[in-house]
Design a protein around this ligand. Sequence first.
Ligand code: AR6
Length: 173
Amino acid sequence: MTAKITIIQEDITRLSVDAIVNAANNSLLGGGGVDGAIHRAAGPELKAECSKLKGCRTGDAKITQGYNLPAKHVIHTVGPRWYGGGHGEAQLLASCYKECLARAGENGIRSIAFPAVSCGVYGYPLQAGCQIAMQTVAEEIGHYEDIRKVIFCAFSEEVYHAFVNAMQSLQLH
Ligand code: AR6
């Protein structure tokens, strides 16, 4: 059986899943966008745990507890800033999704929700960013038997449509 990939329009902090993914920065100490929303909803214990992690490299991912969130865990990943596309942005963004799935697999996570990493403050072009998200997860998910459900969580209608378009243009090998 393969995991089920779904797309929803929702605030990711409201999802009762095993893990939500945070689009964080290298410090892991909070910020704006989805990062700020997750830290506000999780409460100060999340920052306390994050402060012990010694940051996170761009393209990597680290896991914490979810504290006051309905989600059990948060997987913090750091997407690339968009510098025009010639600075390894696509590879780094794909690496974010791969590393998040790896942390999920290591921790027995069965359901995981992703925002559109890098597609806000970091300026990654929305459609291209959603295509990398969808393509990477579709290619990698077969390695993780325990992950039964992957949700792409769009905050706006625009992002929702970008994920839907990305799913329709998936290249299956
Ligand atoms: N639920 C789901 N998606 C959301 C939510 C939410 N509650 N809030 C925002 N989004 P961004 P980035 C969407 O800017 O581009 C922070 O300051 C948003 O519409 O949160 O990776 C960090 O600390 C967009 O589609 O993350 C970093 O400094 C997507 O989440 C920097 O921003 C990602 O937008 C990271 O920038």
